[in-house]
Structures are given as structure tokens and as C-alpha cells.
Design a protein around this ligand. Structure first.
Ligand code: HMG
Ligand code: MG
Length: 284
């Protein structure tokens, strides 16, 4: 039987944020407009973070203002704090995401805060999102390995997932930020997380540094997950995770899922064209 599996496109945000050269707003908009034709339900297009931390994402409001919005697509943005939340609301993002870490080293490097400090900030954002009726997703980074602290214990991931759940995240995306997660450790992590949140409210977010992202997708599929984040053209990395390669490529994930009789509902021709745009934006 064909299974429905959703690919959540994160290329315009997670992919492009790591590019050293400043990419023009027009190029970002062209990429997003192409992606909007592919059949995605959700596309992450911006981050309302400090431009000192991630200069590449400084034009998020312009990007959201200039894209041709497709009614059926939810355009998502990252918001680390209330300032980011206010920016995302003003720019008419359809949903927001708060993003924590399961490891202290990455939390400090990415958010300049301990895990508990970051969760306290997110609680304000979550309350505001609830009051606005704004859907809120959660991310947990470094679910198996941290570039600063090494191996991450499954229980540490489950604790942050539970905190994001309690704040009202409708779904939590589990990030192998470094892309070095071994399938057996991903499986152990999922076993712990599933004690806190059901599979239909979890997403897999695998980077492909060690070339094992698709194996990790299979592990997550076997655990019942049906949503995976990916970036066209395998764009990405993470500015605060030295050594992290790109996200698993949308087109490779889509082909992999089809081989497993999973239906993503995506138009292969359009994602192929979007991957070409992504690669050319990167090359210029
Ligand atoms: P801080 O320096 O501790 O905060 O950074 P601050 O409050 O002192 O602010 C510093 C400056 O930024 C101030 O400006 C603020 O006004 C400004 P100044 O007074 O110096 O001129 N500022 C902002 N500007 C615009 N929008 C904002 C904002 N907030 C403060 N929202 C902070 C703390 C959280 C702001 C910072 O650490 C930050 O922006 N971090 C974001 C880093 C980031 O975006 N990382 C990549 C995304 S996470 C990721 O990729 C992983 C993921 O894909 C999953 C996975 O793969 O694992 C999600
Ligand atoms: Mg990521």
C-alpha cells in the first residue's frame, strides 16, 4: 500500500543560511516561487534572527513580501525570541518555528544561551503564537552528535522534545545537525523521543555529512515518522555546526521515498528545476 509521506522543504532557509556569499533577495524569491509550484504543503523561507549572527537571513521580511504566495502552501519562518516573532507576524509568515538544542555546546554557539535559558525565551514566543493563533513548530538540534560536546544522550533529546510539546509545538523536527548520526543511534534516540511525542507529530531532519541521511530516513520510517525536512540541491550546513554538510537533497529523498512506495505528491520536474536554481544560486 502506498504511504503518504511529506517532505518539508527547508532549502531557502536551512540551505541558504550557510552560504558565505550574500544571495540577493531576487534569487531567493525566484527559488521559492519555483518551489511553490512543486506541491509542498510547507516551505521554510526565512529566519527572523539577529543579522549579526546570520547576515544571509537579514532580508526575511522582503523575501516574504516579494514571493508569489500559493494558497495551499504554508510559508514558515524561524523565530528565536519575541523580536523575531514580531518580525515574522509583521511579514505575514504563515507559521513559525522555535529551535532548541539537545546539547549545551550547540545551544551556546547557536543561541548564546543555555538550553534552559533558550526554553524560557521560547515560552514567551509560544505564548504569543498561541494568542495570535499562529501555528508553531519546534526543532531540536544535535539529536545524536554535537560538534562541541560529542555524543548526545537520547534522554537529553526527549527532555527538550517534551518541553517544546508542552509549549504547544504542533510538531517537533529532530535535527541531526552535524549529519554524522549513525542509524542505530538515531533509532535509540527515536525510541526515547517516542515516549514523549507520537510519531505523527515528529519529523526527521537529516543532514548528509556522512552520507547516511537516507539510511536514517529509513530508520525513522520504520519508527512511524512520515514527515522529513530536506533542501533542494542538498543546500545547507549550519553556520554554528562546523563540518556539517548540506541537508539531505529533496530530489534524492523524493526518489528514495518513491522506491519505497511512499507518495510525496511532489512534481519531480519542478523539484529538478528548483534544484538547478539552487545550485546556480550557489555557484554564482
Ligand atoms: P544575543 O547576541 O545573545 O542577543 O543573540 P541580544 O539580545 O544581545 O541581541 C544581539 C543583537 O541582535 C542586538 O542588536 C539585538 O537587537 C539583535 P544590537 O543591539 O547589538 O544592535 N537581535 C535581533 N535582530 C533581529 N532579529 C532578532 C533579534 N534578536 C536580537 N530576532 C540570538 C541571541 C538568539 C538573537 C542570536 O543568537 C541569534 O540570532 N541566533 C540565531 C542563530 C541561527 O539562526 N542559527 C541557524 C538556525 S538553527 C539551525 O539551522 C538548526 C536547524 O536547521 C535544525 C538542525 O539542523 O539541527 C533548525
Ligand atoms: Mg538544519
Amino acid at each position: 500500500m502506498t504511504e503518504q509521506v511529506e517532505i518539508f522543504e527547508v532549502g531557502p532557509r536551512d540551505g541558504l543560511q550557510n552560504e558565505a556569499r550574500l544571495i540577493s533577495t531576487a534569487d531567493k524569491v525566484a527559488l521559492i516561487d519555483m518551489l511553490s509550484q512543486a506541491g509542498f504543503r510547507r516551505i521554510e523561507v526565512a529566519s527572523f534572527v539577529s543579522p549579526k549572527w546570520v547576515p544571509q537571513m537579514a532580508d526575511g521580511a522582503d523575501v516574504l513580501a516579494q514571493i508569489d504566495r500559493v494558497e495551499s502552501v504554508s510559508y514558515a519562518a524561524l523565530t528565536p525570541n519575541m523580536r523575531g516573532f514580531d518580525g515574522a507576524v509583521k511579514a505575514r509568515a504563515d507559521e513559525i518555528a522555535i529551535f532548541g538544542s539537545a546539547s549545551e555546546g550547540f545551544s551556546k554557539a547557536n543561541l548564546n544561551a543555555t538550553i534552559d535559558e533558550s526554553l524560557a525565551r521560547f515560552a514567551d514566543v509560544a505564548a504569543a503564537a498561541k494568542a495570535e493563533g499562529m501555528p508553531m513548530r519546534g526543532y531540536v538540534s544535535c539529536v545524536t552528535d554535537c560538534p562541541f560536546d560529542g555524543e548526545v544522550a537520547p534522554g537529553d533529546v526527549a527532555r527538550v522534545v517534551a518541553a517544546l510539546r508542552d509549549m504547544g509545538a504542533y510538531e517537533v523536527s529532530l535535527g541531526d545537525t552535524l549529519g554524522r548520526g549513525l542509524p542505530e543511534r538515531v533509532d535509540a534516540m527515536l525510541a526515547a523521543v517516542l515516549e514523549e511525542m507520537p510519531a505523527d507529530r515528529l519529523a526527521g531532519h537529516f543532514h548528509d555529512t556522512a552520507g547516511r541521511a537516507l539510511e536514517n530516513v529509513d530508520v525513522a520510517l520504520a519508527r512511524g515518522l512520515r514527515v522529513f525536512d530536506a533542501a533542494v540541491g542538498g543546500l545547507g550546513g549550519c553556520p554554528y555546526a562546523p563540518g556539517a554538510a548540506g541537508n539531505v537533497a529533496t530530489e534524492a529523498l523524493d526518489a528514495h521515498l518513491r522506491e519505497r512506495e511512499c507518495d510525496t505528491g511532489l512534481d519531480v520536474n519542478v523539484i529538478t528545476q528548483a534544484a538547478e536554481i539552487a545550485k546556480s544560486v550557489r555557484r554564482v
